[in-house]
Design a protein around this ligand. Sequence first.
Ligand code: IPD
Length: 271
Amino acid sequence: TRPGRDELLEIAVEVARQAADTARRMRADGVSGISTKSTATDVVTAADRAVEREAVATLRAARPGDAVLGEEYGGADGTGPGGDAGVRWILDPIDGTVNYLYGLPHYAVSLAAEVDGEVVAGVVRNAVTGDEWTAIRGGGAYRAGERLRSSTETDLGKALVATGFGYDPARRAHQAGVLAELIPHVRDIRRFGVASIDLCLAAEGSVDVYYEKGLNLWDHAAGGLIATESGLRVDGLAGAGPGPDLVIAAPPALFGPLHDHLARLDAAGGP
Ligand code: IPD
């Protein structure tokens, strides 16, 4: 039998809070075990690994048969469609690792629950401030008990746009080129360094739209659901769905104009 969405969100929130506490506590003692992953700027720390290990252990204790996809270890069964109950957990133990490294109070735990391949519940928790965004598919998105309403802006020229950059130098150059062409058409740009929180800021209307190329599923699974449930349209180019090529989250009236700029600028292309 399939578990209820409320039950999955409850577990997700409990695990995210524990993970956030561990990340914050470890940061108070300084940063240790720093190494690089895909490129010299793609950093991982002992905390990323420790938080993921702890969170996976808690998930396994709560729901032993489920699959887990985590940023740092992948998880032996993380690529499958889900365990016995069709459930797969998608975890970024520390999203915003560079902020973490520098002690900027802006990094998050992102955890989503997928059932039969569809994300049905998700939580993003800022590990320092405790800000916590949640959503259940079909049940709305919330922060501190308040239902989230995304921006109602209709003029792209007045839209505040959040985005981010990958770690590969050639990709970053392409992304910067796209941004240089986009800036004249929008109000301004923000780069906070945490894709999951970017999506939540769009969900609560603190920015109008968000887009990024090159995200991994753990960066956008939970935040994407929260953005969708706040009223945003979350998709890729030409209806391809949000994915590694591009994630766009925008109010319905801004989605088309932003999408068309990004398509014209080949935002999903390049390395
Ligand atoms: C990164 C952050 C960043 C985004 C990158 C992500 P990480 O995740 O979310 O904001 O621009 O694309 O890879 O490496 O800090 O977990």
